[in-house]
Design a protein around this ligand. Structure first.
Ligand SMILES: Cc1cc2nc3c(=O)[nH]c(=O)nc-3n(C[C@H](O)[C@H](O)[C@H](O)COP(=O)(O)O)c2cc1C
Length: 191
C-alpha cells in the first residue's frame, strides 16, 4: 500500500488550490492511504536557526514530530498552495524551513540519504493575478528535494483566480499532473 501526504497551504474553506489538489489526487492508486495536513491548522513554529539540529539529530522543537514521521513514510507528496506575495503563505513556509533538520542530518551528521524512502512529489499553485513567483516556489521545492530524497515530477500553476472561477481545463491540468505523479514513469513535462 502506498502512502500519500498532502499539505494544503490555503487558509480558506473554499480554497481553489485545495480543489485542484483533489483533482490531482483522482488518479491515485485505489488502495493508497492519504494523510492530510492544513498548514494553517498545523501552525508549525518557525525554524529558530539555533543550530540545535547540527549538534544533535532532530529538531529541538517537537510540534512537527508526527508530521516528520508522516513525511518520511510518504511515497507521494502533494503540496497545494496559493501564491502569497510571490511565495508560499507563511505557515507553509514555516514547514519548509523546518526541513532544515534533514539538511543537518545529511551535512552535519553524514546520514545519506537523511530520508530512506524515495518519494515523488507534485505542487499545485493558484494565483489571483499572474502568480508571479510560482516558478521560484517550484524551484524552492526542487532544491529542498535534492536533500529530502524526493523528486518534483509535476508543478501546475493556475492564474487569474481572483477574476474567474476555476474551470474544467484547470482541473484537467491538475488531473494530468496526478497521472504523471502516480504513473510509473511520470511525464515530468510540468516540472
Ligand atoms: C496575502 C495575499 C497575498 C497574495 N499575493 C498574490 C500574489 O503575489 N500573486 C498573485 O497572483 N495572487 C496573490 N494573491 C491571490 C491568491 O493567490 C489567490 O486568491 C489564490 O487563488 C488563493 O488560493 P486559494 O483559493 O487556494 O486560497 C494573494 C492573496 C492574499 C490573501
Amino acid at each position: 500500500m502506498k502512502n500519500i501526504l498532502v499539505v494544503y497551504g490555503s487558509p480558506r474553506a473554499d480554497s481553489g488550490s485545495a480543489a485542484l489538489a483533489r483533482a490531482l489526487l483522482e488518479p491515485k492508486p485505489a488502495d493508497a492511504a492519504v494523510t492530510e495536513y492544513h498548514a494553517y491548522r498545523l501552525n508549525a513554529r518557525p525554524c529558530l536557526g539555533c543550530g540545535g539540529c547540527d549538534r544533535k539529530a532532530g529538531c529541538v522543537q517537537h510540534d512537527l514530530d508526527q508530521f516528520y514521521s508522516d513525511f518520511e513514510a510518504a511515497d507521494y507528496v502533494v503540496f497545494a498552495s496559493p501564491v502569497y506575495n510571490g511565495g508560499f503563505p507563511a505557515p507553509l513556509k514555516a514547514i519548509l524551513d523546518r526541513f532544515q533538520c534533514y539538511y543537518a542530518l545529511r551535512f552535519a551528521h553524514g546520514v545519506r540519504p537523511p530520508i530512506k524512502k524515495h518519494r515523488r512529489a507534485a505542487l499545485v499553485m493558484t494565483g489571483g493575478c499572474e502568480a508571479e513567483g510560482s516558478e521560484h516556489m517550484a524551484q524552492t521545492l526542487r532544491q529542498q528535494f535534492t536533500v529530502l530524497n524526493a523528486e518534483l515530477v509535476a508543478a501546475v500553476t493556475v492564474t487569474g483566480t481572483d477574476r474567474r472561477a476555476l474551470s474544467e481545463p484547470d482541473f484537467a491540468r491538475a488531473r494530468e499532473a496526478g497521472a504523471a505523479l502516480f504513473g510509473e514513469k511520470g511525464e515530468n513535462k510540468n516540472a
